[in-house]
Design a protein. Structure first.
Length: 256
């Protein structure tokens, strides 16, 4: 088993103007880890996931995916940007991001949503991508919707399509940012079931969620973020059951 982490973030600092949103975060996931990221609203969870694939560029810190360090350069004004566009594209496609708001392309069918990036970004063979996409839609339980447009799907079906789309890039890790938070309660279960299956398959995932019971069951590790810093990091039994941090304990207690 390789010791190289699937994803490693070290010393991540992110500021928005005067606000320091991430204050030197270290987080790494080994292959097969499911890392639950907990924390109050505004603690920096989304920003951390967005830094991992450079949707936000951190002012300091290093990101590596499957051992490949993302190269950044500093501009004259002090801000940083990716130094190598092709490396950035490659790294981005190896991190499958699933957002709270499904973010499917509205003008494309479900199947086209899933094959778009593998064909146009990864330049893979179209027929092979279509076959793989159909298998993924089968896996998430919406194969019968493949020729429908997103607007004709329920929220739970759209989110499952978004998961299939992320998986189609054969990512090194999946990043979930509150994937069930905008769903009606009766649709949450069907999405969590898919995520559970992925966890059981040994896929590497970072999972931001307020579904604490679910997180405790599927995560191999949990971290609690407080005002841009990791306050608690350990096995779920510790983080959920006997946290060392008083703030983490209060957070968990307030959610139950
Ligand atoms: P969480 O996902 O834990 O709720 P976020 O990462 O979304 O937290 O936000 C952390 C903090 O950063 C919040 O105070 C938020 O208002 C601020 N923030 C996030 N994105 C931006 C942005 N693009 N510009 C300015 N402030 C931002
Ligand atoms: Mg968020």
């Amino acid at each position: 088993m390789s010791q190289t982490p699937a994803l490693s973030l070290s010393g991540i600092v992110k500021r928005f103007g005067p606000l320091e949103v991430l204050r030197g975060v270290d987080l790494s996931a080994r292959h097969g880890d499911v890392v639950a990221i907990l924390g109050a609203s505004g603690s920096g969870k989304s920003t951390l996931l967005r830094c991992a694939n450079l949707l936000e560029v951190p002012e300091a810190g290093e990101i590596s995916v499957a051992g490949e360090v993302l190269r950044l350069k500093t501009r004259p004004d002090g801000s940083r940007v990716a130094a190598d566009r092709r490396q950035l594209d490659r790294v981005r496609t190896s991190l499958g991001m699933v957002f709270q708001q499904f973010n499917l392309w509205a003008h494309m069918t479900v199947l086209d949503n899933v094959v778009e990036a593998p064909v146009h970004v990864q330049k893979r063979n179209r027929a092979e991508c279509v076959a793989e996409a159909e298998a993924l839609l089968e896996k998430v339980g919406i194969a019968d919707k493949r020729h429908h447009y997103p607007a004709h799907l329920s929220g739970g079906q759209q989110q499952r399509a978004a998961i299939a789309r992320a998986l189609a890039m054969r990512p090194a890790a999946m990043l979930f940012d509150e994937p069930t938070s905008s769903l009606d309660p009766e649709l949450v279960g069907e999405v969590l079931r898919v995520i559970r299956t992925l966890a059981e398959e040994g896929r590497t995932m970072l999972l931001v969620t307020h579904e604490l019971g679910f997180a405790r069951e599927v995560a191999s590790r949990a971290v609690f973020l407080h005002r841009g810093a990791i306050e608690e990091d350990g096995p779920p039994a510790q983080v959920f059951g006997a946290p060392k941090s008083e703030r983490c304990r209060q957070f968990i207690a307030a959610q139950l």
